[in-house]
Design a protein around this ligand. Sequence first.
Ligand code: NPQ
Ligand code: MG
Length: 382
Amino acid sequence: MTTVHTSGSALPVVVEAVELHRIAMPLVRPFETSFGRQTARDVLLVRVITDSGDGWGECVAMADPVYSSEYVAGCDAVIRDYLAPALLDASTVRAADVAGVFSFVIGHRMAKAAVEAAVLDAQLRAAGISFGEYFGAVRPEVDCGVSVGISPDLDQLLAEVSGYVDEGYRRIKLKIKPGWDLAPVAAVRDLIGPDALLQVDANTAYTVADIDHLRRLDEFGLLLIEQPFVEEDIAAHVLLARAIDTPVCLDESITSTDVAIDAIDRDATSIVNIKAGRVGGYLEAIRIHDACLDRDVPVWCGGMLETGIGRAANVALAALPGFTLPGDTSGSNRYFAEDITESFVLVDGRLAVPAGPGTGATVRTELVDQWKTRPAHLITRA
Ligand code: NPQ
Ligand code: MG
């Protein structure tokens, strides 16, 4: 079991104000999935100003509610109207208290996760402790994979994948949907060879009627198939897992530790994608990791096109012992020409776990100002 580091490291902070920043970052190339095509990342950043210094968190919600029910404007509103006032009302908080302070709000996990991360960053910066140390990281660097969008054609797909292989990525993930599955998987398997790590992600694009078709993926030696069916339908994933040799891995469905344990117990998932934003924060993500480690279920760190703020925290999370598969922890340049923090650069297919206090990443506030799509909101005690 991993235990969160709690000794002197976790002195509480008093939150004096919450600042909400909304910025737009162009993507280096459009990213297409079964739910749509993204050309820019519309990001909500949270800065908490405390008696012991500032902390930053990143909200992973997308501009539109197409991956999850959460979306940027909704997260912005729920933080402004509910979460920030509750945090300002609490006299002193540790990151570990934040989920309790927010429990009166149902759902809105991505919004809650962003604020909790900002509090944790402030608290650990004040204590001089890194996210990795606090989480219980067991390795100084993590193996990186890359998520490859749906391409206009196979030639462009193969060119993109070749580029990532040349950059040293240790695992390729292809986005699939009906009409874009067997052929791209076959072509990429042929390109990268039988031993290279390859997996697919359907982002809920299939139904149980497609089980016989999905079984045809078995011949390509995939690490896993991620989230073929809608997030509420655990039973459909159980049926697929019985029918297919390729391991089934849930992403969208896994919203908490209890849901993860239930899905594992029902044999709906034999590998789990952990995304802190989707489950309400890094502390809940660690509890899912612990539950999976107890059950010998491998986990890997998902990605949501994070800036350096979220990327730094993800890399720290991916350094926990149960993260035995490469994550979607790509280099900054996979998505952005310029990052909002120092860039994350792959070395031999790995990213280093930041060692500095808090996330260890420094926010370039001049870029936050330059890329803003509206003035910052400042929420202070009433
Ligand atoms: C997934 N991520 O694993 C997601 C989905 C995803 C890296 O494949 C903007 C913001 C665009 C978040 C596209 C990866 C996105 C996004 C895809 C998340 O399912
Ligand atoms: Mg996914």
